[in-house]
Design a protein around this ligand. Structure first.
Ligand code: ZN
Length: 426
């Protein structure tokens, strides 16, 4: 039982944490390295971000801080967060006195947690806090003009949202080659804000995607703390085979430096499918299986063959090179890296030759839509149906904005729901 006193102390501690967070993250993520600002009394604030190769020790040296403090801070933080583990890009802020002794230190451990170490009467005190994001419900939508990234925008968080949407529907839609003029989408997604400013997207609650006149709907539903996505009937969207061996996520990260997301093309000239893609595009296993061949074979050039359950095999040909560790006998998971697109063997230009065979006979991979995830169990079905019905009403009635506008309208999006969204933001 928590006594009145402890409860009060806890409240003060958590309020302090929130103030610390607001102060600290008011400069996030723009924290200019080495930025020095003067605070009202005699304290100076030093803010920055860990640079590649830096340790906290070298940060102390760079700013000529008291190294005895570093030792004491490490000891104080030992139980909370090991200070040896600081990573490039993570922001920090020191408050120091005229003698360069540390008054307080704040460090962003992850996007969601940070560490504070403060000097008190009895020495340094370390605490870890969750960043107190405010969650708002956003309704984001649009028409496809080329690619999903093109429709959502090229801001880092928008690309992350495009990738997350592509992964929810990866068993049904190939986001690199299936999209058509006239396709459209709606996403109900959590927006995470600090001090009224959009920071990033949170959970995706529902996706409705109209692809080639076929509507795909995915609902997020959590059971025993484990989230997954289901169709309207409560069936898992996961299937034994991914729609394509070229993962939208892998391609997005491989080509993140170029501004334009490559738009791939497919050809179906013979038994398999040819994906015309830039040299070096990562290739993924479409299903769980075992490598039965990895080497050169005639017109296929560098080829990987995987064996799957039910007498099915998949072929990945013309590769420029194999992924690390790909050799006969190795077990491989759905989505794992197999190799990279090339033009080895009989190929006029870089492309991936992908083939599915059933007992050595070529088959159309689209026909193998075996369920791989469990459906919503009977005892959760009523709860799932209530969630889906609520999300359906939002999909039908809410206004869906372009990503840029949706972020600015976090509240507007939530109001458009006309119901309390909190049960779905669990
Ligand atoms: Zn081919």
């Amino acid at each position: 039982m928590i006594g009145k006193k402890t409860g009060c102390a806890l409240l003060i501690v958590s309020l302090l944490g929130i103030f610390a967070a607001l102060y600290f993250f008011s400069s996030w993520p723009a924290g200019r390295p080495g930025q020095v600002t003067h605070e009202p009394p005699s304290f100076t604030s030093i803010a920055g971000a860990i640079e590649p190769g830096e340790t906290l020790y070298s940060v102390f040296q760079k700013h000529a801080l008291n190294l005895d403090d570093l030792f004491a801070m490490r000891q104080a933080a030992a139980e909370v967060h090991r200070l040896k583990e600081v990573y490039p890009g993570q922001p920090y802020r020191f408050s120091v006195d005229a003698g360069k002794s540390i008054r307080s230190f704040t460090y962003g451990i992850t996007e969601n947690t940070f560490l504070t170490i403060e000097r008190g009467a009895g020495g340094f005190q370390a605490r870890k806090y969750e960043i107190p994001y405010e969650s708002r419900l956003l309704t984001v939508g649009g028409d496809i003009n080329g690619s999903l990234v093109g429709a959502l925008g090229s801001a880092q968080e928008d690309i992350a949202l495009a990738v997350a949407v592509s992964e929810i529907l990866a068993w049904d839609i190939d986001f690199n080659t299936d999209l058509r003029e006239g396709d459209s989408f709606k996403v109900i997604v959590e927006g995470l804000y600090l001090q009224g400013k959009f920071r990033k997207y949170g959970k995706i609650l529902a996706v409705e995607f109209l692809n080639d006149n076929k509507k795909h709907v995915a609902y997020r539903f959590e059971q025993n703390g484990r989230p997954d996505y289901f169709d309207a009937g409560g069936k898992s969207l996961r299937k034994a085979f991914l729609k394509a061996p070229l993962s939208f996520r892998r391609i997005s990260s491989a080509f993140s430096r170029s501004r334009r997301h490559p738009i791939l093309k497919v050809r179906r000239p013979h038994h398999g499918i040819d994906y015309v893609a830039p040299q070096g595009t990562p290739v993924s296993a479409t299903a769980d299986g075992r490598v039965t061949f990895a080497g050169r074979r005639g017109g296929y050039g560098k080829l990987v063959v995987l064996a799957h359950r039910g007498g099915l095999t998949t072929y990945y040909g013309h590769l420029s090179r194999f992924a690390a560790g790909i050799r006969a006998g190795k077990t491989i998971g759905q989505g794992d890296l197999v190799g990279y697109v090339g033009a080895t063997g009989l190929a006029s230009g870089p492309h991936l030759h992908y083939e599915v065979r059933h007992d050595a006979r070529p088959v159309n991979p689209v026909r193998f839509k075996m369920a791989a995830g469990d459906p919503v169990p009977q005892r959760f079905l009523a709860a799932f149906q209530a969630t889906a019905a609520h999300l359906d009403r939002t999909l039908a009635q809410a206004v869906f904005y372009e990503a840029r506008d949706a972020k600015n309208r976090g509240i507007g999006g939530a109001l458009a729901l006309q119901t309390d969204p909190s049960p779905f933001l669990n």
